[in-house]
Design a protein around this ligand. Structure first.
Ligand SMILES: [Zn+2]
Length: 270
């Protein structure tokens, strides 16, 4: 993944290791609140947008989880015995699906498929369990750099939450620092953390952007994702090869056309 990424930064300064102190989100979480005062102070346009049940909350919970699923905490805290029991329940459900589809679950090729599929689904949704403090550990640096940073072509694999089939493609993440930068490989880790969940592409794009905004408080963040959805291309809804592009522009990327254009030019889109 990291190997295929192309990176661009405006200049190359000296990095000073600045250990992340773990104080992202001192504000208590209030589900009913649309926009926090922090949104207003950093000038994001989020409070003017339609509310999403997923991004109403601040990106990072007090325990370091970021928009976790309802059962994420139970998965994190489970004992090995509980984990095995969970895997078995999923496998039994998969066996039922196969039987209802008319399959013989005792034939050789399918014998261990339910267990394999259970493990695969747990892997594909492991992003709910990620703790953002572990993800970006020791990779926030004080840096007097104020030019655009872009990491292009980050591979993302996710699952469409409407059909539970994959969508996959490339994410491009950019930001303009405000005295703090993030280790470049961590941008890919953020994309991984939010794509290993049940997603819609629009939310995935927004979550990456909002998390980066929260972590670095930069002058602006831009995220573009281009992806192919199996639920579209394999069911004949659209021709094979069609792809979907989503973007989320925050801060100066939203306010300043020049900044947005520089970003799109660097992406090769203009
Ligand atoms: Zn779908």
């Amino acid at each position: 993944m990291a190997g295929s990424s192309k990176e661009h930064t405006g200049s190359n300064g000296e990095h000073h290791n600045h250990e992340f102190n773990g104080t992202f989100s001192p504000v208590p979480i209030k589900k009913s609140k649309l926009a926090t005062s922090r949104d207003l102070t950093i000038g994001t346009p989020l409070q003017t947008r339609a509310a999403s049940p997923y991004t109403l909350k601040p990106p990072i919970d007090s325990d370091g989880l970021s928009w976790p699923s309802m059962g994420a905490r139970a998965r994190i805290d489970q004992t090995p015995e509980e984990a095995a029991a969970r895997e078995l329940r999923i496998a039994n459900a998969v066996k039922t699906i196969l039987q209802e589809l008319g399959e013989d679950t005792d034939r050789e090729g399918l014998l261990e498929t339910p267990e394999r599929y259970a493990r695969a689904m747990l892997f594909f949704t492991k992003g709910y369990e990620d703790n953002i403090r572990d993800v970006i550990k020791k990779a926030v640096f004080e840096e007097d750099h104020d030019e655009m940073v872009i990491v292009r072509d980050i591979e993302v694999y996710s699952l469409c939450e409407h059909h539970l089939v994959p969508f996959f493609g490339k994410a491009h993440i950019a930001y303009i620092p405000n005295k703090r930068v993030l280790g470049l490989s961590k941008l890919a880790r953020l994309a991984e953390m939010y794509s290993r969940r049940f997603q819609v592409q629009e939310r995935l794009t927004k979550q990456i952007a909002m998390a980066l905004l929260e972590i670095l408080r930069p002058r602006g963040v831009a995220v573009v994702i281009e992806a192919t959805h199996m639920c579209m291309v394999s069911r004949g809804v659209q021709k094979t090869g069609s792809s979907t592009t989503t973007s989320c522009m925050l801060g100066c990327f939203r306010d300043q056309q020049k900044t947005r254009e520089e970003f799109l030019t660097l992406l090769g889109r203009k």
